[in-house]
Design a protein around this ligand. Structure first.
Ligand SMILES: [Ca+2]
Length: 260
């Protein structure tokens, strides 16, 4: 368990002014680079394990024993609007929104929590086998990663496993799948301890593209090697993509670029 008690030095400012619209044909490319469109503040004590946008605010799940929470955060300012702490024995993981509720995983305790999306009041719990890492939804099922190459699709009421896919890149398994976001029919996934996000076909698990985020928050700015890229959120209306990492001081709006 790694805490975020020490502040890293500020990374170099690499924001650029972009006037063009969101890269429109990213699906056509197997490899993408990135451009930082905008930097937004992020709590650098938040050990980010799940991130999404809901009604214009961040909903974030943080990890760490004694530090885990679900929180609503004002997007532009980073101000915490509402926060519910988890019990000290629990380690928060992925989070998803479906039908007016948030669903939050925990790492090793096999407990998930259901919250009212407005009040963040806990409505119930659920159980699952194995570890909980990332969570997202395709609007029907909850999609769970567990640190392996497997994604499980759970029924959002019974939590029964509806199906599972095994993620492959060029025929080889991609394990350590972490934070997730369902975007325009694909599953975007952080790969633990890498600077890559893989784009996964949810039907067969094949990686259809890779986003290389090398250098977005330089290693030199991180006091701890566990402060890795983890956190993907998507604004479905504005079609804007955001990424962050554990205890990073910024959330980055990025635009995908074709790699030559
Ligand atoms: Ca996410």
């Amino acid at each position: 368990m790694v805490a975020c008690e020490e502040k890293p030095p500020s990374p170099s400012d690499h924001a650029v002014v972009v006037t063009e619209s969101y890269f429109p044909d990213w699906k056509a490319h197997q490899r993408s680079g990135y451009e930082v469109v905008r930097e937004l503040p992020h709590d650098d004590t938040a050990y980010t394990q799940g991130l999404l946008l809901s009604n214009g605010n961040w909903i974030e799940s943080t990890g760490g024993h004694g530090m885990s929470s679900i929180r609503r955060v004002e997007k532009e300012t980073g101000k915490i609007l509402l926060k519910k702490a988890l019990k000290k024995n629990l380690f928060g993981e992925g989070i998803a929104e479906l039908d007016g509720k948030f669903y939050q995983l925990t790492w090793e305790s096999r407990n998930g929590f259901i919250y009212d999306a407005e009040s963040l009041q806990q409505l119930g719990t659920f159980n699952y086998n194995g570890e909980g890492w990332g969570l997202t939804t395709d609007g029907k099922a909850l999609i769970v990663s567990d640190g392996s190459d497997r994604l499980r699709f759970l029924h959002p009421k019974t939590f029964r496993v509806l199906r599972e896919v095994f993620v492959k890149r060029g025929g080889k398994p991609v394990d350590r799948l972490n934070e997730l976001e369902f975007i325009e029919g694909e599953i975007f996934a952080n790969v633990w301890h890498t600077e890559e996000i893989v784009r996964i076909n949810p039907v067969d698990g094949n990686v259809v593209g890779v986003i290389d985020l090398t250098g977005i928050y330089p290693d030199a700015g991180r006091l701890n090697p566990e402060f890795v890229l983890n956190g993907i959120a998507y604004d479905t209306e504005a079609k804007k993509l955001y990424v962050t990492g554990k205890c990073w001081p910024k959330i980055y709006e990025i635009r995908l670029l074709k790699l030559k």
